[in-house]
Design a protein around this ligand. Structure first.
Ligand code: IMP
Length: 447
């Protein structure tokens, strides 16, 4: 039995979808704990491609229970479209549960998100425009609508009438937008409520019950460590806590019940939206990584910014999340390169800095200090064990593991499930603390 958290160790889009899909096979319950329809992964089922933003991909396994936890924000319109897509494929959605305490994204959240981004001009964050920040802001301001409010028709009418009139002042006076019609929004959301009612439960209780029955639970993080509201590159972050600690808060599970934390990182780095990115590559190399890695966002289609692997933020992710091991994805994207750089430290004002600076201003001033490694210039996409890898590729992985002082348990070399090297069992293999006590650097990559 193991309860495992999977998080993104960079700025999101690390390929968590594939890794959680791999691990979902041995999970009884998959729980999403934060974020909303800003996240997204592409799934191919029965030759048909579709995108999921909220529902964990574990829904495709008939015996896996999927839970959308309390720390998420739910856009019911998008969620219902996802349910429709899945059901059209003949796949049951009866194993989905939604936390009654999750907050609901309303039309005014989307409008305010988009209008405020426009108003920010040069100071924009580059949000996905899906209303995520304003939904979480209302949660903190205690004016939010929760799933359980949605289920109470009369209460919802009263609450929404007041809230929409209040939001209309902001829409009209601050952003020069037309007001929303309260009755129209209320009717629309009452319709959503009826469709979603069968799924809405006390999710924390369900998860606790599953833990007591010694079920295997996978807590699936969306976005990544550097987009965390508290620990990321603020203000260029999302409005929730993608870090491992967010899994406890976002599901109502105590930290003593977590057995493992697995971090997912690309073999290079990408970022969508605004904000500092020390190892960003302009020109041909950046384009090459973007096209070989198909680096376009699932939710917005935006082109991702690409750069070299940054071990400073990698080490930071190991620390902030207490990572037991790493999954390195998209190693094959580097196949053609003659040489590969890894940022080992930063230089700020002429001084070497080994740690991620918490100030965004300082982070903007960071110049990467690189170590250059030879490339392998041959395809790795058919490698299925460490022994199959070219020596330089193995050296590259060992170098990353040593820099970040955490073992690499999984290496991914392509989108399909079999393009994966399992170095050691990420769930039942030795925990990080034990590997440290051993003191052997070599053991950081191989079991
Ligand atoms: P928001 O979450 O839409 O408010 O956007 C805030 C920042 O997080 C922006 O830089 C987005 O590009 C980024 N972001 C949000 N969701 C994702 C994701 O799933 N992958 C990568 N970046 C994301």
């Amino acid at each position: 039995m193991a309860n495992v958290i999977v998080i993104g160790a960079q700025w999101g889009d690390e390929g968590k979808g594939k890794i959680t899909d791999l691990l979902s096979r041995s999970a009884d319950v998959v729980v999403r704990y934060q974020g909303g329809v800003n996240a997204g992964h592409t799934i191919v089922v029965k030759g048909q491609t579709f995108k999921l933003h909220l529902i964990p991909s574990g829904i495709l396994y008939p015996d896996t229970e999927c839970i959308i936890g309390s720390g998420t924000v739910i856009d019911p319109r998008v969620l219902i479209a996802e349910l429709d897509q899945i059901e059209e494929l003949g796949i049951s959605t009866s194993n989905l549960l939604i936390a009654e305490t999750a907050h609901v994204t309303m039309p005014y959240h989307r409008l305010i998100d988009q209008a405020s981004e426009e108003r920010r001009g040069n100071h924009k964050i580059g949000t996905t425009g899906r209303g995520i920040g304003p939904t979480y802001a209302d949660k903190s301001e205690r004016t939010g609508i929760r799933m359980l409010d949605l289920m109470d028709s009369q209460g919802l009418r009263d609450q929404l009438e007041w809230t929409i009139n209040y939001k209309n002042v902001i829409l009209e006076k601050l952003y020069n937008l037309p007001p929303l019609e309260p009755q129209k929004v209320i009717d629309e959301y009452l319709g959503y409520a009826e469709r979603l009612r069968p799924y809405v439960v006390d999710a924390s209780l369900k998860i606790y019950d599953a833990i007591q029955r010694r079920r295997n639970i996978l807590f699936e993080g969306a976005q990544g460590t550097l987009l965390d509201l508290d620990h990321g590159t603020y203000p260029y972050v999302t409005s929730s806590n993608p870090v491992a600690g967010g899994a406890c808060v976002g599901t109502g599970v105590g930290p003593t019940m977590i057995d493992r934390v697995i971090g997912v990182a690309k073999a290079y780095t990408t970022r969508v939206g605004e904000g500092p990115f020390p190892t960003e590559l302009d020109g041909e190399l950046g384009e090459l990584l973007c096209s070989r890695g198909a680096e376009f966002g699932t939710t917005t289609g935006r082109k991702r910014r690409c750069g070299w692997f940054d071990a400073v933020i990698g080490r930071y992710a190991v620390r902030i999340n207490g990572l037991d091991c790493l999954a390195i994805t998209k190693l094959d994207v580097l196949d053609e390169l003659e040489e590969i750089k890894v940022c080992v430290a930063y230089e700020i004002d002429g001084e070497r800095c080994e740690h991620f600076p918490t100030s965004a201003r300082k982070f903007t001033q960071c110049r990467p200090i690189y170590k250059t490694l030879p490339g392998w210039q041959q395809s790795t996409s058919n490698c299925r064990s460490l022994d199959d890898l070219p020596r330089q590729a193995l050296d590259y992985l060992k170098f990353l593991a040593e820099l970040m002082e955490v073992p690499i348990a999984i290496v991914s070399l392509g989108a399909s499930r079999d393009q994966t090297i399992i170095v050691e069992d990420p769930i039942h293999g030795p925990k990080r603390a034990l590997l440290h006590a051993d003191g052997s650097q070599a053991s950081l990559l191989s079991a």
